[in-house]
Design a protein around this ligand. Structure first.
Ligand SMILES: Cc1cc2nc3c(=O)[nH]c(=O)nc-3n(C[C@H](O)[C@H](O)[C@H](O)COP(=O)(O)OP(=O)(O)OC[C@H]3O[C@@H](n4cnc5c(N)ncnc54)[C@H](O)[C@@H]3O)c2cc1C
Length: 450
């Protein structure tokens, strides 16, 4: 008999299993590979890295560097195995992918309290459960999750529009105003607008038409994908349809007046607040698959975005994820079913490390629940806490997956001008907040042996 069932032995599921087992709980870890493969995995190993072999920067003044350091301090199996199988890669933690996956698999399968079952789970299990089935959750289980969550709250593709920091937008020429001044009253204009005259607009459309695109993998270009993409077409597809398609679509200027001219511009690029703190703004309707260097160059030609700092660039790919702001608490428990946790990419925490971080926190909280203690919410001054706060508090109408980044964190009490120094100050504050939090809740890192 196990205390907890975990579905999916990817990065999140293995981390969660480790956290639970090291806290004394019996875990059943169910993985469908190799009985049933996903379209991207190629081995039967756990924690397989499906694409890049990099877990991002090692530097504390980089979001992924800080995230990994927080996880190390909490006793992360995934980070310990990555550290043990690191390859020379400058300032990044790149790993020998086989050695890494084997180390995680070995640690998990030989743990006396983790019991592995190779089987596809088709229904959400009863009892204390963590669902960590990732971006390629099998379709039968996805159907069940859709029934649990409400079909409209489960997505199969992400369509990410770029996000920039507020402080990097130049105002003027950009200005704040909602169409027809229909504001929520919570700010001095809910949208930020970047004006384009006709020549600028036509140059923009030309550049978008000529830009190279990120190639989709074969399983992402099936007819089903096209059906999903039709609802949120990439700007390059609209630009290809006609010169005016964008000006009548996401770049329409109706209801707006440029305060510098008193007139409606020819076209606008609108940005909408993306986080609670109001430090991040996404470019509305600008989902795109344009290659990242070209995307950055084309977007920085827009008046007001010349110095834009991108915390996320646009992309579109297959990805099963739930509308976490509607469905999850910041403890990663499902609303309405306290004994069901979600972890990993399926919650909208984008990337290997973010996924493993979700597994760590869901595992730790599930262990607390099983042991009669209340699950915990991390302070949002930590990178993990800021990420979980984002996925559970973002506007559910526009929710899309998010990577860890400093823009998610509450601002420092005193502004530090230099960006490198500022990020380091965020990191120092985060590690201090984590230390205090761990001491306050008597949380010790679980021992790790990679
Ligand atoms: C094609 C692709 C490329 C990516 N490239 C990168 C990258 O380069 N860098 C990066 O940081 N992130 C990348 N990601 C995003 C993400 O970080 C990874 O997908 C990451 O592995 C997610 O971790 P996870 O634990 O949530 O899911 P996974 O690691 O995918 O683990 C989920 C596990 O659940 C199993 N499973 C699914 N359904 C069932 C079921 N019904 N029953 C039992 N088991 C089931 C799967 O077989 C899998 O082993 C990529 C994603 C995809 C799809």
């Amino acid at each position: 008999m196990s205390d907890v069932t975990i579905v999916g032995a990817g990065l999140a599921g293995c981390e969660a299993a480790w956290q639970l087992a090291q806290r004394g709980l019996e875990v059943q870890l169910v993985e469908m590979r190799p009985v049933r493969q996903t379209p991207a995995h190629v081995t039967d190993q756990f924690a397989e890295l499906v694409c890049s072999n990099s877990l991002g920067s090692t530097r504390l003044d980089r979001a992924l560097g800080l995230l990994k350091e927080e996880m190390r301090r909490l006793g992360s199996l995934v980070i310990a195995c990555a550290d043990a199988h690191a390859l020379p890669a400058g300032g990044a933690l790149a790993v020998d992918r086989e050695g890494f996956s084997q180390a995680v698999t070995q640690a998990v399968t030989t743990h006396p309290r983790i019991h592995v079952l190779r089987k596809e789970i088709e229904e959400i299990p009863d009892g204390l459960t963590i669902l960590a089935t990732g971006p390629l959750t099998s379709s039968s289980l996805a159907g069940q999750i859709g029934r649990f969550a409400g079909q409209a709250q489960l997505y199969f593709y992400d369509a990410l529009a770029p996000i920039v920091t507020l402080e990097s937008i130049a105002m003027p020429p950009a200005w704040r105003q909602s169409r027809y001044d229909r504001d929520s009253g919570q700010s001095e204009g809910d949208y930020i607008n970047c004006p384009l005259d006709r020549a600028q607009y036509e140059a923009f459309v030309g550049a978008v038409r000529e830009a190279g695109r990120i190639e989709l993998r074969s399983f992402e270009t099936d007819p089903e994908a096209e059906r999903f993409f039709e609802g949120c077409l990439p700007i390059e597809v609209l630009a290809g349809r006609s010169m005016e398609a964008l000006a009548f679509g996401p770049m329409r200027p109706v209801g707006l007046r440029d305060p510098r001219t008193g007139r409606r511009p020819y076209a606008v690029v609108q940005l909408r607040q993306d986080d609670q703190a109001g430090t991040l703004f996404n470019i509305v309707g600008f989902q795109t698959n344009i290659k990242w260097p070209e995307q950055r160059r084309i977007l920085q030609a827009i008046p007001g975005l010349e110095q834009a700092e991108f915390v996320r660039l646009g992309q579109m790919h297959r990805n099963t994820f739930i509308n976490s702001p509607l469905l999850l608490h910041a403890t990663l428990q499902a609303r309405g079913r306290d004994d069901l946790f979600f972890a990993g990419q399926i919650t909208g925490t984008e990337g290997y490390v973010g996924s493993a971080a979700g597994g760590l926190w869901a595992g730790l909280n599930a262990a607390r629940l099983a042991q009669g203690m209340a699950p915990l919410v991390l302070p949002d001054a930590t990178m993990m806490g800021a990420l979980f706060a984002y996925i559970t508090q973002a506007d559910p109408r526009y929710f899309q997956p998010m990577k860890s980044n400093f823009g998610l964190m509450p601002e420092l009490e005193t502004h530090v001008r230099n960006k490198g120094d500022r990020y380091l100050a965020y990191a120092q504050r985060a590690l201090q907040a984590l230390e205090q939090f761990m001491a306050g809740h008597s949380l010790a890192p679980v021992p790790v042996r990679p």
